[in-house]
Write a protein that binds this ligand. Sequence first.
Ligand SMILES: *[C@@H]1O[C@H](CO)[C@@H](O)[C@H](O)[C@H]1NC(C)=O
Ligand SMILES: *[C@@H]1O[C@H](CO)[C@@H](O)[C@H](O)[C@H]1NC(C)=O
Ligand SMILES: *[C@@H]1O[C@H](CO)[C@@H](O)[C@H](O)[C@H]1NC(C)=O
Length: 278
Amino acid sequence: MSQILCFCLFLMCYINTVGADDEKFLTEPPDYIRQCQIADKNFLNCSTHSIQQLFDKLNDGIPGLNSIKSFDPFYLNRIRITQGNSNAINLKVELGNVKINGFGHTNVLESMVYPKDYSWKTTFMLPEMKLQGDYSLFGRILLIPLNGHGEVFLEAENMTVIMNSKTRLYEKGGFTFYNVTDCRVDFKIDGLKSYFSNLFNGNKQLEDSTNKFFNDNWRMLADALYNVITQTIEDILLDVLKKIFHYIPANFFISDIPTSKQLYGGSKVTASEPKRPK
Ligand SMILES: *[C@@H]1O[C@H](CO)[C@@H](O)[C@H](O)[C@H]1NC(C)=O
Ligand SMILES: *[C@@H]1O[C@H](CO)[C@@H](O)[C@H](O)[C@H]1NC(C)=O
Ligand SMILES: *[C@@H]1O[C@H](CO)[C@@H](O)[C@H](O)[C@H]1NC(C)=O
């Protein structure tokens, strides 16, 4: 009897926190966010520092936001990419059990917010980004035919990322929030070390020489893996940004942000308005 009661209590608690966590949001501005005014001529500088503070805070976790379990390292279950049809690049890649280190040391170089539609252009630098995971790969990289699966290690140095994010403003509890709907990244790097285990089903000699070739020609490898890398970063950032900005009102970042009604006009039905059954 008491066991059943315990189990029921556990279930209730569990359901409560899961349900609540999705909808919870901050109603008081936290000390780790600097508020800026978009009408201010110094906005770009203020916004850049504000987003830097947010990234710094993500490292130890944003209090109350439990849906981001870990930012550095960041874990991804699976990424699947097919890319290219040229001779140099023709590749199907699948990554699994991916662990990425480095987002905790992000330097925010610039955080622009466009007052027209409140989309963002954010430039930041990761001094070191390390990825490890399981890979399977079919196709060609740098003209080398590959068909293997094993473990992959990538280590990118001085990765400068330009991120373009689309948002849609919506209202919740008397605040305006960002719904981050899209995230595209572009990057450049100063170096890429790589290692693929078991590239040729156990042919160690061919594997070693190919790995050496990839490291000697890291720029070409980075180009070949461009879509794999950008999509990995996009998947991470979109997930993290969505969670953060459903949790922290946009007003805490930009005090003079318009409401969704003011921005999109009152007559239009916005995507974020709940649909009522007829
Ligand atoms: C930018 O912001 C920082 C931190 O608030 C401040 O120390 C610095 O003077 C600002 N720079 C300019 C050019 O306003
Ligand atoms: C990375 O950037 C730092 C600081 O700008 C620089 O000292 C270092 O040489 C760069 N690394 C590479 C591989 O270029
Ligand atoms: C955010 O946008 C997505 C579409 O990208 C939509 O499905 C979702 O309902 C929106 N959420 C809110 C709270 O407006």
